[in-house]
Design a protein around this ligand. Structure first.
Ligand code: GLU
Length: 227
């Protein structure tokens, strides 16, 4: 029999507010699962949103977790892991799984409104998907505002959620999601995929509102060649 995978779970709060009751609840489930399985309970501060993350919120979250008796075995802070994310983001860009998007906010908003008016779920048109390399270079040289988008596959992605059973998402409804503001500023979905891999997370236990993020994260894992 192959050796049993060691249980490694994480609570990944964003320090954009004081400890939320939902985060406390999710932390408790992760902690209990780790304890029951002689596993590792990890706290990962997801502070990639530089404008909204505040040290006083991080302090509050950690103080409250301690107060609840949920001691952690390992601790990480995403703002200290920039080099790791850059490496993976570069790979996505080099292998054309991700691309620079220069569309203006107003243009995107107008597109969104028109899709909604026509009864469609809004999604990015993919306009910048096939810009030539020279075009991209020259826009970047000019310092044009941009984001980095992931080429979301058009296929269906399914996975097994321990609570819900088999879950299927039609990725053609999602469109190319923004995964980074620029080469050194990854957003939540990408940073989470990289960290869950790097930290050898065995089970992701998180709130139901993250269910639609799971297929996006699976798509990115596939693109990066991660299990
Ligand atoms: N940072 C996310 C949040 O606070 C958690 C993400 C996750 O568990 O994957 O909602």
């Amino acid at each position: 029999m192959p050796p049993k995978e060691k249980v490694r779970v994480r609570i990944a709060p964003s320090p954009t507010g004081f400890l939320h009751i939902g985060t406390a609840r999710t932390a408790l489930f992760n902690w209990l699962f780790a304890k029951k399985n002689q596993g590792v309970f990890i706290v990962r501060i997801e502070d990639t949103d530089r404008e909204r993350s505040k040290p006083e919120f991080e302090k509050d979250i950690l103080d409250e977790l301690k107060w609840l008796g949920l001691a952690w075995d390992e601790f990480y802070r995403q703002s200290e892991r920039g080099e790791i994310y850059e490496k993976y983001l570069k790979k996505l860009l080099d292998e054309r799984h991700a691309y620079y998007c220069f569309c203006a906010k107003e243009e995107l908003e107008a597109e969104r409104q028109s899709m909604l008016t026509n009864g469609h779920a809004p999604k990015y048109s993919g306009k910048c998907r096939n810009l030539s390399e020279e075009n991209v270079e020259s826009e970047l040289d000019k310092g044009k505002e941009h984001v980095i988008r992931f080429k979301t596959p058009e296929s269906k992605i399914s996975f097994t959620d321990i609570v819900r059973g088999k879950v299927v998402f039609d990725m053609s409804l999602i469109g190319d999601i923004v995964v980074a503001k620029d080469q050194s500023s990854p957003l939540y979905n990408l940073a989470a995929v990289i960290d869950d891999y790097e930290m050898k997370i065995s089970h992701v236990i998180r709130a139901e509102d993250h269910l639609p993020n799971t297929p996006k994260q699976i798509a990115m894992q596939k693109a990066l060649g991660l299990p």
